[in-house]
Design a protein around this ligand. Sequence first.
Ligand code: GLA
Length: 350
Amino acid sequence: MSKESFGAAPDGTPVYLYTLKNSHGMEAKIITFGGIVVSLKVPDRNGKLDDVVLGFDSPGEYVKNHSYFGALIGRYGNRIAKGKFTLDGKEYVLATNDGPNHLHGGTFGFDQRVWEADEAESVPGRSLVLKYVSKDGEEGYPGTLSVTVRYSVTDSNELEIEYGAVTDKPTVVNLTQHSYFNLAGQGSGDILSHQLTIVADRFTPIDSTLIPTGELRPVDGTPMDFRTPTPIGARINQNDQQLIYGKGYDHNWVLTRKDNGLGLVATLYEPTTGRVMDVLTTEPGLQFYSGNFLNGTAVGKGGKVYNYRNGLCLETQHFPDSPNKPQFPSTVLRPGERYETMTVYHFLTR
Ligand code: GLA
C-alpha cells in the first residue's frame, strides 16, 4: 500500500494517508483520522485533473475547523431530536452537540476517531478498508458497534464506499460521508451555478432546529424540486420557510426507488469544467447541504479560503431523527444482523 504519514490525532495517535488511483489518473487520498477523503482528483472535459473536495493539510486543522469536512459520519448521520430515543422500551440519552439536538454522532463522532487501516483486506492502490470499534455506551449509544468501510477507486472513475456494521446489543446506526464538493475545483468560489438533479418527489420538511416534522412533503411547486437539472442558486434565496430554517438547502430528500438495490439518485453538473458527478446509493434518503455554515474562517489546502456556500454535501443516508419517527425507514440494528449499505460517486464529463 502506498502509505504516508499525515501527522497525529489530538491524542498523539499517528495518522496515515493512503492513495488510491485508477488508470485514468483519478486519485483519492484518504486518512485514517475520521476516514477523511482529504483530496479527490478527477478530470474535466479536457482531461485536466482538479481536486474537487474541500479539505486541510493536517488532522489538527480538521479538528479546528469542525464542520465534518470529508469525513465518515457515525454512529448517526444527521440529527436526533433532543439527543434522545427509545428502543425496546428503554430510553437512551445521547450527547447534544447542535443546540438542543444530537448531530453526526455527537461531540466525538466517527469523524474524529482514528480508524485502523486493514491492509490485508485492502487492495494496494485501489481500495482501502478502514475499521473502527465503537464501544458500548460511546456518545450514549447502546452496544459495541464494529464498523468497516471500504473505499475503492474504479477504472470507471468511481469512488465507491461500502459500509458494514455489526452490534452486540440492539442499537441504531446510520453511516454517511461528508465530503464538500466543488466540481470547479476546491477553493474556486461558490457552488451556486452547479446544476443539481435529485430523483425524489418528496422531502422531509424541518422545524426551526432542523429536525424533520415527520411529514413527507411533495417537492412539486417548491424550491425543493430538483427533478430536472436546476442551478443551485436559482431559488436558494427565495422567501420560503424551509429555506429560511435551513439557511439555504439543508434537507433530506425521500429518494424515489424501485427497489433497495444500488440506484442513481442525484446528478451534479458544473458547466464551466463539464464535470459531472452521479450519486448512486442503496439508501432511502439524501441530505443536500449547500454549505450554509461555511463563513470564510476555514483556510484549507493551498491557502484556499472556504466562504459561504463554497462547497456542497450530498450525504446518502436514512432520514434524520428516524429513531423517533416510527413512520420513517428503520435504523435499528440487532445482534445477528449486518448493516450493509453502498454509495458511489461516479465522475463523468459532458
Ligand atoms: C450536515 C447538517 C448541517 C451542518 C453540516 C455540518 O450536513 O445537516 O446542518 O451541521 O452537516 O456543518
